[in-house]
Design a protein around this ligand. Sequence first.
Ligand code: PLP
Length: 405
Amino acid sequence: MIFAKENGRTIPKEDKVFALSGRAKEAIAAKGKDAVINATIGALLDDEGELVTMTSVVDTIMSLTPTDYAEYAPIAGTPAFKEAVQKALFGNFKPSGHVRVCATPGGTGSITSVIANYSEVGDFVLTHDWCWANYKNICSQNGRNLATFSFFDDEGNFNAADLEAKVNELAAKQDQIVLMLNTPAHNPTGYSMTLEDWDAVIGILNKASCRFALFIDVAYIDYAGEDDEVREFMPKLEELGDNVLPIFGYSASKTLAAYGMRCGAIVCMTKDEETAEEFKKVVEYSARATWSNCNRAAQVVMGKLYAEPELQKKADDERRGYRNMLLDRGKTFEKVLNDNGAKCVPFDAGFFVTIACDDPAALGAELEKQDIYCVSLAKGIRVSIASISKEKCVKCAEAIAKLLK
Ligand code: PLP
């Protein structure tokens, strides 16, 4: 008997990625970890295949008192957490307008919140065609549709022309658009939008006939490159017109390498105080009505890490080491792919590299026969370089290039 209501959602029997990762784990149990390449996991693993944790974070967790984790957190987060998020998100950039922060369960919660609060039921939310699959699920869960523009043109450059075309198409139907851009170190391609790309986006939005909630999903910002460089686009957002509200989705899961702590935030920056107060009102209301408040222990950890300069430096130094390991894996993967006559979708940094192909499911199945587990997407195959060693990056890139031939 069927009791559950689909409510317009298409709910698969099992999550494709978790099922694939389950098969990879079975193969590891049967053949040993050296024989298997499990490039499905969206978390950072060291070269031995162990989850990376940061000593500075773990030590701070261990220093918590019972009240730190047992007490409810305020809906928007503790004051120290809200300060910490601004430091972590903006780095040395100081927004000139009004900033408001609300805690969310991971970056995922910030996506739910922006969609629930800045689009209407039945609306189209716009993002790039290469995107985190969960964007679509979150839209569908909230009764919204996902529209996409081509992220790249034929030369592999940011496709501003298609963004403009899709914006104009939607502007004819909606007076407001949630536009979601995942950068820097985009999932699944690893692309980081350039300052020129940002100029183009700002030009398009400023002259459009509708309003925008411009949602910038910076989940991977701390793995994208040097702290100041990867934040260079932020001051540009102050050139946006009154018709655009910039909103950030921040993920402490990645920054602290503490995915299970479910900590993140939604953050707005605006010249208009009324808009900022309205943001605070709506995101706090919908937080209360969905997850209520968030994990207090994680907020206390964030608060401590960013309040004590020495501790913050320790965490930043640790993360820099892991970031360099990840960048090295990514560049190695790309080079081996290129040396073998194949190429990836434009890649700069981050947890994933993607290779476009005509039949991703068939390529994924062939790789699986060689005990290489990668996620097949609609237009390509995604390799989590975050979860495999440099040595395995080489093997994986060689295998993919060979199969593509
Ligand atoms: N945004 C993107 C593009 C992601 O890939 C992820 C996680 O994989 C998130 C946001 C949210 O991560 P979390 O909710 O674990 O912070």
